[in-house]
Design a protein around this ligand. Structure first.
Ligand SMILES: NC(=O)c1ccc[n+]([C@@H]2O[C@H](COP(=O)([O-])OP(=O)(O)OC[C@H]3O[C@@H](n4cnc5c(N)ncnc54)[C@H](O)[C@@H]3O)[C@@H](O)[C@H]2O)c1
Length: 257
């Protein structure tokens, strides 16, 4: 028996990195998975590789820019039509600008904010009518330790930190407002995860790796995508049914200081 049997889950930014790991783990645990991405061919390709090995998994790719309200409404409708319900949403897609507070332009700030924070609000608005109809739902927002604190935690990217701090607050606000509908909203706060995003942070801040070894004392100091995917799985499943508005920190010890 899978931990997500009978559930349909939308996962944004599922073509690579953490989103892809979550999509594969959720499918393994019995969920019907809709993986979305701006470049749907990339998601299709990644899913095809998994499906070749696991033809019993249920995984569909859909074109989606998370910053678009219209596209969110279409994703929610198409998912409900294809699989019958929308039970779980993982807001995973995000970008970075790698700009300090004195360098970031208004356009760069707004661009990051739109993808990382506004998109979460649009996603919640789009799926709640379907979850309300089912009488329950779980929304998992992939945040960051950059949304809890700053400095090394955001690689010096002020736009990213602001967007993730906003998402943390939005998560708690939504948790309170949606609790009576039995819709849970929680956030996951990873430290470093070995993905393309982290590689871009190390490229921009080469000295960071040495500090990571000290500030994240638990080896190997950064997580693999699958480690964080297990956190998302717990929050998506009914195992966490008494949790809402919670912050699941998965950071090799960074926040313990
Ligand atoms: N990698 C890390 O060290 C790290 C640390 C903490 C938190 N996180 C968070 O984990 C999540 C996943 O990050 P990752 O490391 O896998 O990043 P990644 O860059 O490898 O993947 C992000 C995905 O989001 C997609 N995306 C970006 N903008 C989009 C849009 N407008 N619409 C749809 N899709 C879009 C990208 O195409 C990509 O597939 C993000 O929320 C990130 O902030 C990552």
């Amino acid at each position: 028996m899978g931990r997500l049997d009978g559930k349909t889950a939308i996962i944004t930014g599922a073509g690579q990195g953490l989103g892809l790991a979550i999509a594969e783990l959720f499918a393994k645990e019995g969920a019907k998975v809709v993986g979305t991405g701006r470049h749907v061919d990339k998601v299709e390709k990644a899913f095809a590789k998994i499906l070749a090995e696991h033809p019993d998994y249920q995984m569909a790719a859909m074109q989606h820019d998370v910053a678009s309200k219209e596209e969110w409404e279409k994703i929610a409708k198409d998912t409900a039509e294809k699989y019958g319900s929308v039970d779980v949403v993982v807001n995973n897609a995000a970008i970075m600008a790698m700009k300090g507070i004195l360098e970031a332009s208004a356009e760069e700030f707004l661009n990051v904010y739109k993808t990382n924070c506004l998109a979460v609000m649009l996603g919640i608005q789009a799926v709640v009518p379907y979850m309300e109809k089912a009488g329950k739902g779980s929304i998992v927002n992939i945040d960051s330790i950059g949304g809890l604190t700053s400095g090394d935690a955001d690689g010096g990217d002020s736009t990213y930190s602001a967007s993730k701090g906003g998402t943390r607050a939005l998560t708690k606000n939504a948790a309170i407002q949606l609790a009576a509908k039995n819709i849970r909203v929680n956030s996951v706060h990873p430290g470093g995860i070995m993905t393309e995003m982290l590689k871009s942070v190390y490229a921009a801040t080469p000295a960071l790796w040495d500090r990571v070894k000290e500030t994240c004392p638990l080896p190997p100091h950064v997580s693999d995508p699958i480690d964080i995917a297990y956190g998302a799985l717990f929050l998506a499943s009914d195992e966490s049914r008494s949790m809402t508005g919670s912050e699941l920190v998965m950071d090799c010890g960074y926040m313990a200081h």
